[in-house]
Design a protein around this ligand. Structure first.
Ligand code: ITT
Length: 209
């Protein structure tokens, strides 16, 4: 049975990634929830030891919910490239190394692809809502496109400058936030969070993964 988040309720955003926090806060803004980040509460980052996005999202949301005593929303996501067998995938953050150098991570993707013709790529996001009693609900979103080179645009974060969504002319790095929200993996997963836990129909498009 899905649980609801009531208007005015406080929700922990269980992420330490500023790009994700910006996007999730902006997706939540119209829905009257008070948000606080895991970083602001001084919560530690748990080890992401699961083999898939949903498992890691669950680890992060549960850790934040049990430590804070509040419902928590996490995001585990990544950039997947068909010709690299879906990599970097769940290792997307790790490809950027401890200094979080996404220029290096994007260059590594391009280098591994070489002159491979197959440039199909996609983003996946798993959003997990967890409650302090251990109840969790997880929602997946995906957006398909291709990996381009060189990187284009400085508006997003992570791998956005090398992702061109199918049928589009702009990379995610070149899009305004609202344009990305209209089609992104995160917004598609978020639409399901809204429908299930807020009882709302989202205005953004998409059907999830
Ligand atoms: P938290 O676990 O604290 O949320 P993180 O950056 O470690 O932060 P992940 O383990 O989920 O998060 O790593 C996902 C990486 O995939 C992230 O660091 C980005 O580089 C990339 N990524 C995810 N969504 C993206 C998006 O919308 N645009 C660009 N890159 C994205």
């Amino acid at each position: 049975m899905p649980r609801r988040i009531d208007p005015g309720r406080k929700l922990v955003l269980a992420s330490h990634n500023p790009g994700k926090l910006r996007e999730i806060e902006s997706l939540l803004r119209p829905h009257g929830v008070e948000v606080v980040s895991a970083g602001a509460l001084g919560l530690p980052e748990p080890e992401e030891s699961a083999p898939d996005f949903a498992g890691n999202a669950r680890i992060k949301a549960l850790a934040a919910a049990t430590a804070s005593g509040l419902p928590a929303l996490s995001d585990d996501s990544g950039f997947c490239v068909a010709a690299l067998g879906g990599e970097p995938g769940v290792l997307s953050a790790r490809w950027a190394g401890p200094s979080k150098d996404f220029n290096a991570a994007m260059a590594a993707v391009n280098e591994k692809l070489g002159d491979t013709e197959d440039r199909r790529a996609w983003f996946v996001a798993a959003l997990c809502l967890a409650w302090p009693d251990g109840h969790t609900e997880t929602f997946l979103g995906r957006v398909d496109g291709s990996a381009v080179w060189p990187p284009r645009g400085g508006k997003g974060f992570g791998y956005d400058p090398i992702f061109l969504p199918t049928g589009g002319l702009l990379t995610f790095g070149e899009m305004e936030p609202d344009e990305k929200h209209a089609i992104s993996h995160r917004a598609r997963a978020f639409a399901q969070v809204l429908a299930s836990c807020f009882g709302r129909v989202a205005s953004s498009s998409g059907s999830g993964a």
